[in-house]
Design a protein around this ligand. Structure first.
Ligand SMILES: Cc1cc2nc3c(=O)[nH]c(=O)nc-3n(C[C@H](O)[C@H](O)[C@H](O)COP(=O)(O)OP(=O)(O)OC[C@H]3O[C@@H](n4cnc5c(N)ncnc54)[C@H](O)[C@@H]3O)c2cc1C
Length: 447
């Protein structure tokens, strides 16, 4: 017996979750399901929502970050996903995200990118950022103390401070490396730091046992030299980040902010939690830990109805097959969204001969010779970074004849080609905008 829904979203990353929420918003009574296999890149990503930080194709490392991404969107190449959905849809998707994220995120007050310091000491142009990072934005000229920990070598605070100064930040930055009270091992997970602070666990200090928050503030205090803000690696609590920052700020007498780190990323984990809570509140059914492994099609006429012999026809996805520990379970829906990620999420795969979209075998344009898939200059414009399916304006993947592969399949996020999110700093923005459009259209399509 097939499990029946109206919209089925495949992939639980930012694009898939946004598509499922948008479908549920567009079709309130519809049954929306999201099926996802492994962890998405959400928990590896910084938690920042980048719309467009740098113009595509410009590999000059002196390139200035884009101040206003919206003005830059119009001049993107025709093949870019933002061109498919249009600037208005990008705005609508961000407004949709602002509604879902509520006061956990900042940046909606302006069209301009904020410059957020990251753990390498670079500043990142981003459109939406967790409130935990807000006091650290680089356009603010208050002097800054960065605090790193011996047991957390991923964040070298003195080096990051020097990089910020070298990059011309409009403030003085200093960095210190201290020991984190209650943590002696350098293989402790970031969640361990967060847990200690969330629960204000008792820790041993030179002056006896005290709460972790007070102990941390006491460790940092002697190093303050008039700075009015203090930056920490993004480990300041998981369940109660605002309370942890407030407690530290009260004791230090300075504003406190987080510096986004590489994977595993607590701001990424918090964003994932926030999004999955929103799915639950919206009544979206989530089936996780299982892959979609196959599908069946049905011929439909131009109106999408099952076609009878001789009528002009295209294919529609009739149902997909989910593999649950060897049991093949059919899932059928009216509309489908493919949000399985790119080369990282395994939504796009390659071997020595071909680059493929492994689930529906949608067309992925690429050179026949694999030596043309990359250029020797590592920081050059890498063709492989743009590999992905090519959508129409309805975000339906097109075949090599420019016809929709399937009448009821749309694609969103990193499975789409035509952009290099790492170079452009556009990953989450494209996932939000295309997830929003694909989900809305799928929701509208099932009514
Ligand atoms: C390390 C890292 C850091 C990043 N940092 C930033 C950043 O700072 N700012 C920014 O804007 N963007 C960043 N990005 C990019 C970005 O956030 C996302 O990668 C991008 O948004 C893609 O999201 P997605 O939902 O399309 O795919 P993914 O997040 O890759 O999710 C795809 C999901 O689909 C599932 N899936 C795949 N195949 C199947 C199947 N057959 N059946 C069921 N499920 C399946 C996968 O298991 C996965 O859960 C970063 C990415 C990475 C990897």
């Amino acid at each position: 017996m097939a499990i029946t829904d109206d919209v089925l979203v495949i992939g639980g990353g930012l694009a898939g979750v946004t598509a499922a929420l948008a479908a549920s918003d567009a079709a309130e009574d519809a049954r929306i399901r999201l099926v996802t296999y492994r962890q998405s890149t959400l928990r590896h990503a910084s938690g920042l929502i980048d719309v467009l930080g740098y113009a595509p194709g410009n590999t000059d490392d002196q390139q200035q970050p884009i101040a206003d991404p919206f003005t830059a969107l119009e001049s993107l190449p025709e093949s870019h996903p933002y061109q498919r959905v249009g600037v208005d849809a990008v705005r609508e998707a961000l407004a949709f995200f602002d509604e879902v994220a509520g006061d956990a995120y900042a940046g909606a007050h302006t069209d301009r990118n904020a410059l957020v310091p990251t753990h390498g000491g670079t500043v990142k142009p981003t459109a939406r950022y967790p409130v935990s990072t807000a006091e650290g934005v680089a356009s603010d000229d208050r002097d800054t103390l960065l605090v790193g920990f011996e047991t957390l070598p991923d964040f070298d605070a003195p080096l990051a401070a020097a990089h910020l100064e070298a990059a011309g930040a409009p403030f003085d930055a200093r960095g210190v490396t201290l020991s984190f009270p209650g943590i002696g091992r350098d293989d402790a997970k970031v969640t361990r730091y967060a847990h200690l602070l969330d629960h204000d666990e008792r820790v041993e200090t030179l002056t006896g046992e005290t709460g972790a928050r007070e102990a941390l503030a006491a460790t940092v205090n002697p190093h303050l030299d008039g700075e009015s803000r203090v930056g920490f690696p993004a480990i300041l609590g998981d369940d109660h980040p605002a309370a942890v920052r407030e407690a530290l700020s009260d004791t230090l007498g300075a504003d406190v902010f987080e510096v986004p780190m590489g994977p595993p990323s607590l701001p990424g984990l918090r964003l994932e939690e926030l999004l999955y809570d929103a799915l639950e509140s919206a009544g979206v059914r989530v089936t996780s830990g299982v892959p979609v492994v196959d599908y069946e099609t049905v011929a439909v006429d131009s109106m999408g109805a099952n076609s009878t012999a001789g009528e002009s026809e295209t294919a529609a996805i009739d149902h997909v097959v989910v593999d649950r520990n060897g049991a093949q379970i059919p899932h059928e829906a009216d509309q489908y969204v493919l949000a399985t990620g790119g080369l990282v999420g395994k939504g796009i795969e390659s071997n020595r001969k071909r680059v493929t979209e492994p689930l529906f075998d949608c067309y992925v344009p690429h050179a026949t010779d694999r030596y043309d898939w990359f250029v020797d200059d590592v920081f050059g414009e890498q063709p492989y970074a743009r590999f992905g399916v090519v959508p129409d304006e309805d975000l339906r993947p097109l075949n090599s004849d420019d016809d929709p592969e399937f009448s009821n399949l749309r694609a969103a996020g990193a499975v789409l080609g035509g952009y290099d999110y790492a170079a452009e700093k556009s990953g989450a923005g494209v996932s939000l905008a295309t997830g929003y459009v694909a989900g809305t259209r799928a929701g509208e399509g099932c009514q």
